[in-house]
Structures are given as structure tokens and as C-alpha cells.
Design a protein around this ligand. Sequence first.
Ligand code: B12
Length: 148
Amino acid sequence: MTESLQGARVVIGSIGDDIHVVGITILGHALRNAGAEVIQLGIQTPVEEFVATAVAEDADAVFVSSSNGHAAIFCDGVRGLMAAAGADDVLLYVGGNLANTAAADWSEVEARFLAMGFDRAYPSRTQPAQAISDLVADLAQRRSASNG
Ligand code: B12
């Protein structure tokens, strides 16, 4: 274990009609190996289930995966529902295959998902270590902000 997510609670799943399971399985294992408590929702997870689980499990972060090209349809609105449920402080990350075509400019795709309210958006083939490192940093920053 290089970086520690000990005590962190992370909800993870593939959103909407997405049946791709390999990415979230690998990511879930990597998060657990880094010390996180992982609540794995699996495939075809409705937006509302991400939100309800984040609240019920007192999650620190929600990892949304979308690989089938429907990310823009299902991911828009997650942040609003989180806020309405009183969970606006939960970190929201999104990854998988967020662009509709391989030719899409990543910086434009990233900007679109950040504008939806995600704290971080990842291009395809992102290694779990990258997201873990970012989560360690984001949680540390939150802790220091709430202490200071
Ligand atoms: C295997 C596969 C399938 C299998 C899925 C089996 C299963 N149950 O998982 C089958 C054959 C069933 C399938 C079906 C479909 N697929 Co498919 N599939 C693939 C394929 C070849 C590999 C996906 C995979 O497992 N990768 C391995 C894992 C480890 O990588 P990963 O998913 O990218 O996840 C890693 C990172 O991205 C990251 N990550 C993932 N999510 C997140 C989230 C966060 C928050 C973070 C931080 C990181 C992160 O972490 C993971 C670990 O490193 C890809 C092409 C490819 N080479 O990627 C196409 C691909 C994803 N499929 C595609 C499509 C279009 C479909 C279908 C719609 C096809 C169809 N017309 O029916 C359907 C989906 C139907 C549905 N309702 O969802 C497209 C999506 C295109 C797009 N985004 O615009 C792809 C890219 C193929 C292509 N080039 O066109 N597919």
C-alpha cells in the first residue's frame, strides 16, 4: 500500500444503462487495497442509487463510471441530486469512456463534466493509482480546510 485511504468511504458503480464491469471491479480492488471502505454498486446503477447510497453510507467520495458512450446523458444532474439530498460535500469523480468518439478533444470533454459538478473527470485508460493519489490529496485538503 503506497498511499493510504484508511477510513475513507467510497461508493462506486457504472451509471445508467452501462454494463461494463471490468473497470469498476479493478478500481474497487485498488481502492480497497489502498485502505478504503468500498461500497460497490455494480453495473446499471441508477443516478438515484448513487445518491441514496452516498447519503446512507456517509460516503466521502462517489466514483461514477461510464464506458458505453452514454455518460453525458446519465451524469448530468448527479451533483444537483447530491445537493438536494444534503450531500453536496461528497467528492464526485467520473471516468471510463466519457467521450462519444476517440477523436474527441479530452480537454473539452473534461470541461463538460467539470461543469456538471464533478470534482474530477478522467480519460479512458486512467490507472487506479492516479485516482487514488488524487483522492488522498483531495481528502487531505478537505480535512485541513475544515480544521482551519
Ligand atoms: C469488454 C467490452 C465490452 C463487453 C463488456 C463486458 C462486461 N460485462 O464488462 C461487451 C461486449 C458486453 C460490451 C458491450 C458494449 N460496448 Co463495450 N467495450 C469493451 C472493451 C473492449 C473493453 C472494456 C474493458 O473492460 N476495459 C478494461 C478496463 C480495465 O478498462 P476501463 O473500463 O477503461 O476502466 C479503467 C479506466 O478507464 C478507469 N476507470 C473506469 N471507470 C472509472 C471511473 C472513475 C471515477 C475513475 C477514476 C477511473 C475509472 O479505471 C479502470 C482501471 O484502470 C471496450 C474497448 C476498450 N478497449 O476499452 C469497449 C467499449 C467500452 N464498448 C463500447 C460500446 C459502444 C459498447 C456497446 C454500446 C456496444 C453495443 N452497440 O452493444 C455495449 C454496451 C451496452 C451497454 N448497455 O452498456 C465502446 C464505447 C464507446 C464510447 N464511449 O463512445 C468501446 C470504447 C469500444 C469502442 N471503441 O467503440 N463491451
